[in-house]
Ligand binder design. Structure first.
Ligand SMILES: CSCCC(=O)C(=O)COP(=O)(O)O
Ligand SMILES: [Mg+2]
Length: 248
C-alpha cells in the first residue's frame, strides 16, 4: 500500500472494546458523584456541565426522553443529581457526543495518574508504531474519545508511554467519525491527500465515511469486535492485527 500516514481508531482497533466497556466506562459511573462534589467549583467542571446542559437542550428538540440538566440557578446538589442522570443516560446509549467525551477525559486523568486504570493496547500495537514511524510514516489518532482521553490512554498504557509515536490527535471536534467531511478536514489539517492516508477502524460506518472521502481503509477484526457482514467484507480489506498491514 502506497500511503504517507496512518489514521488509527482506538476502541476495537488499538484497544479492546471490553477495556472501554468494562473498565473505562464503569470508572465514570462509579466516580461521577464524588468527582462532581469534590471539584464542583473548578472552572473545568463548570464548563463541562454547561456543555452537557447545552447538548441536552439541543437534544430535547430532536428526540424524546433526554434527561435535562437543572438550571445553574438551582442548588449544586440538584444540578449534580441531574448531571448524573444525564451522563448515565447518555452512556447507556453509548453516545459519542463531544460534551460527554470531554467530561470523561477529565475524569480519567485521576484514574490513570493514580494507576487505577492502565490503557489497554493489543500486543502488536507498539511494534507497529515503531516500525511505521521509523520508516517515515506519520501516525495520527482519530477517536470519538476526547484528545485528552486519547493521550492519557497512550501515555499510561500497558506498554508504557507511547505518545512519542503520534504526530497528532483528532476527536469529534473535527466532526463525527461517520461523516465523510470529517476525513476531508483531517486530510486538509495534516496536508496529506486522502488517498495517501490509511484509516484503520473496527466500524463499517466509519470505514464507509472515510472511503467516501477517498481515504484508504482497512477494518480490524479483533477479539470481541462486532461481526462484519458479507457486504462489508466484500467492500473493504480486513486484518486481524497490525502485523498484517504491508506498507510500501
Ligand atoms: C480513547 S477514549 C475511550 C474510548 C471512548 O470513549 C470512545 O468513544 C472510543 O471510540 P473510538 O472512536 O476510538 O472507537
Ligand atoms: Mg472503534
Amino acid at each position: 500500500m502506497d500511503i504517507k500516514c496512518l489514521l488509527l481508531d482506538i476502541e476495537g482497533t488499538t484497544t479492546s472494546i471490553s477495556f472501554v466497556k468494562d473498565e473505562l466506562f464503569p470508572y465514570i459511573r462509579r466516580k461521577l458523584e464524588s468527582y462532581l462534589e469534590s471539584n464542583w467549583d473548578a472552572l473545568e467542571v463548570q464548563d463541562d456541565v454547561e456543555s452537557l446542559r447545552k447538548q441536552a437542550t439541543e437534544d430535547a428538540t430532536k428526540m424524546g426522553g433526554v434527561p435535562e440538566i437543572a438550571s445553574s440557578l438551582e442548588t449544586p446538589t440538584l444540578i449534580q443529581s441531574s448531571v448524573i442522570t444525564n451522563v448515565n443516560w447518555n452512556m447507556d446509549q453509548d453516545r459519542k457526543m463531544t460534551a460527554l467525551k470531554q467530561l470523561q477525559g477529565h475524569m480519567w486523568r485521576e484514574g490513570y495518574s493514580s494507576g487505577e486504570i492502565q490503557g489497554h493496547l493489543y500486543e502488536d500495537v507498539e511494534e507497529a508504531l515503531k516500525l511505521w514511524t521509523s520508516s517515515g510514516k506519520k501516525v495520527y489518532i482519530y477517536s470519538s474519545g476526547s484528545v485528552e482521553a486519547q493521550k492519557l490512554l497512550f501515555q499510561h498504557s500497558v506498554a508504557g508511554n507511547l505518545l512519542q509515536y503520534f504526530s497528532g490527535h483528532f476527536d469529534t471536534k473535527i466532526g463525527l467519525k461517520i461523516e465523510s467531511a470529517s476525513y476531508q478536514e483531517i486530510s486538509k489539517s495534516i496536508a496529506v491527500a486522502p488517498d495517501k492516508i490509511l484509516f484503520l477502524t473496527d466500524l463499517p460506518a466509519e470505514a464507509i465515511a472515510a472511503n467516501e472521502a477517498g481515504v484508504q481503509v482497512k477494518l480490524l477484526v479483533r477479539p470481541g469486535n462486532a461481526p462484519l457482514n458479507e457486504e462489508t467484507l466484500q467492500r473493504f480489506g480486513i486484518c486481524h492485527n497490525f502485523k498484517e498491514i504491508q506498507l510500501k
